[in-house]
Design a protein around this ligand. Structure first.
Ligand SMILES: Cc1ncc(COP(=O)(O)O)c(C=O)c1O
Length: 393
C-alpha cells in the first residue's frame, strides 16, 4: 500500500519495524497522539485503565514502567508522574484540598511548598497554618474541623528536623484528614512512609532517581487505589505530562540508585562526623547525629541516611567569611538541586541564627552540603581549602 503512495506521504508513513526486537532498556515512545486499531477501541478508551493506552498525557510504554518502578521502590500502590518535584507537591495538595479546607504545613518545609500555600492555595480559598516540625502528637491542638491535609517533610529541607510521622498521622486520621509526606530526602526507601501512616508520598525524581543533575521530574505515590484514582483525576484535570526522554533517563538513573544512595549515605555520614569535630562548626544537622533535632525519631523510623545535610558555623564567622568559604570550594558547586553525582554547597544567609548551637547558644550561618560521588579524601581536602579561606588565608 505504501509503495503506491507519493514520496511526500511516505515521509509521514514510514514502514513499521519488524517485531521481535529485545534489548535491556525500556523503549522510548514519544507520543501525544495514540493510535487505536478501530473506532470501537477509540470509543472505549479510558485514561484510568493502565492495561490500554489513551493519550500521551495518560501513560505510554515508557512512562508506565517508570511510574510503577517509583511506586514499587517506595512500597506504594501506584504513582503519577509530574514535570518537576514542585509540581508533584502542587498535585498532591490540589488533589486533597478544595475551597474552605485547611492544611497544616511544617515551618521548615521546602520553601516553594509554603509559597504555594500562601499564593495559589489561598487564592482558591484554602487556608494553611505553619507548625513546628517537632510537634508530634501535639498537632492535635492545630487541627480544625476544616483541616483536610497534614503535610510532612522529614527531615526538613535545610534545617533537617526529623518529624514524628506515626504520631502526626494518628492524629490526622482521627480527625479525618489525610497525610502527605515529601519523602525526597530518603528517596522513598530509607523511610517507609506508607508503613508509618502516610496516604501520599511526594518525590522529586529530579534528585536521587534521576541522579545526575540533568533533568526535572516528580511523582506522587499513593498508598491505595482510591488515592491513586483521586490524584490521577486531578492530574488529568491539570494536564501534567513528562517527556519520554526524561522518563528514560530516570529509568536509567534508578538502576544505580540503590548503590549511589548507599555510597553517598556512607560518605555523608563520615563527613558529618568529621565536620562535627572541626572548631569552625558549631553544630551538624545530620539526622544520624545526636546534634540533629529529631535524631531519636530518625533512629526509630529510618533505615539509613542519604547524602544531604547542613552545618551551622560558629557565629564569629560573618557573611564575608562564609562567602569566602563557599567561593573557595573547587569540587562543591554552588547550586540547589541535590541528589546528583556532583557535590554542592549552599549558604542560606536569611537563615543565619535560625538554628541555635548545640547547647542553646546563638547559632551562626547555615551551609547545606550535598555529597556526590567524588572521592571522600578529595571532598575533605576541598572543605579544608574552604576552612583556610574562612580564616582569611
Ligand atoms: C525536599 C524537596 N522537595 C521538592 C523539591 C522540588 O523538586 P524540583 O526541583 O524537581 O521541582 C525539592 C527541590 O529542591 C526539594 O528539595
Amino acid at each position: 500500500m505504501l509503495a503506491d503512495a507519493s514520496p511526500v506521504t511516505r515521509l509521514i508513513h514510514t514502514a513499521p519495524a519488524p517485531a521481535g526486537f529485545a534489548s535491556l532498556t525500556q523503549p522510548v515512545h514519544h507520543a501525544s497522539t495514540v493510535l487505536f486499531p478501530s473506532v470501537h477501541d477509540h470509543e472505549i478508551r479510558d485514561g484510568f485503565d493502565e492495561t490500554r493506552y489513551n493519550y500521551g498525557l495518560s501513560h505510554t510504554p515508557t512512562t508506565l514502567p517508570l511510574s510503577r518502578a517509583v511506586a514499587d521502590w517506595e512500597g506504594g500502590y501506584n504513582a503519577l508522574l509530574t514535570p518537576s518535584g514542585l509540581s508533584a507537591v502542587s498535585l498532591a495538595m490540589l488533589s486533597c484540598l478544595s475551597a474552605g479546607d485547611h492544611v497544616l504545613i511544617p515551618s521548615n518545609a521546602y520553601v516553594p511548598a509554603k509559597i504555594l500555600a500562601k499564593g495559589l492555595l489561598s487564592r482558591l480559598g484554602i487556608t494553611h497554618t505553619l507548625y513546628d516540625p517537632l510537634i508530634g502528637a501535639d498537632i492535635e491542638s492545630l487541627m480544625t474541623p476544616a483541616t483536610r491535609l497534614v503535610w510532612v517533610e522529614t527531615p526538613g529541607s535545610i534545617t533537617m528536623e526529623v518529624a514524628d510521622l506515626p504520631a502526626i498521622a494518628k492524629v490526622a486520621h482521627a480527625h479525618g484528614a489525610q497525610v502527605a509526606v515529601d519523602n525526597t530526602w530518603s528517596s522513598g526507601s530509607l523511610l517507609r512512609v506508607f508503613e508509618k501512616g502516610a496516604d501520599l508520598s511526594v518525590q522529586a525524581l529530579t534528585k536521587y532517581h534521576g541522579g545526575h543533575g540533568d533533568l526535572l521530574m516528580g511523582a506522587v505515590v499513593t498508598a491505595d487505589h482510591a488515592g491513586w484514582h483521586r490524584v490521577r483525576e486531578t492530574s488529568h484535570e491539570i494536564g501534567f505530562g513528562v517527556s519520554a526522554d526524561d522518563a528514560f533517563l530516570v529509568l536509567r538513573g534508578m538502576q544505580t540508585m540503590a548503590l549511589r544512595l548507599k555510597h553517598v549515605g556512607d560518605v555523608a555520614l563520615s563527613m558529618a562526623n568529621w565536620l562535627a569535630a572541626r572548631p569552625e562548626i558549631q553544630r551538624v544537622l545530620h539526622p544520624a547525629l545526636p546534634s540533629c533535632p529529631g535524631h531519636e525519631t530518625w533512629k526509630r523510623d529510618f533505615t539509613g541516611s542519604s547524602g544531604l545535610f547542613s552545618v551551622v558555623f560558629d557565629p564569629q564567622y560573618d557573611d564575608a567569611a562564609i562567602a569566602r568559604f563557599v567561593d573557595s570550594l573547587q569540587l562543591f558547586g554552588i547550586g540547589a538541586s541535590w541528589g546528583g553525582t556532583a557535590s554542592l554547597a549552599l549558604v542560606y544567609r536569611a537563615m543565619r541564627g535560625k538554628v541555635a548551637g548545640q547547647n542553646g547558644e546563638p547559632g551562626g550561618h547555615i551551609v547545606r552540603l550535598n555529597i556526590g560521588l567524588e572521592a571522600e579524601a578529595d571532598l575533605r581536602a576541598d572543605l579544608l581549602r574552604g576552612m583556610s579561606a574562612l580564616h582569611g588565608a
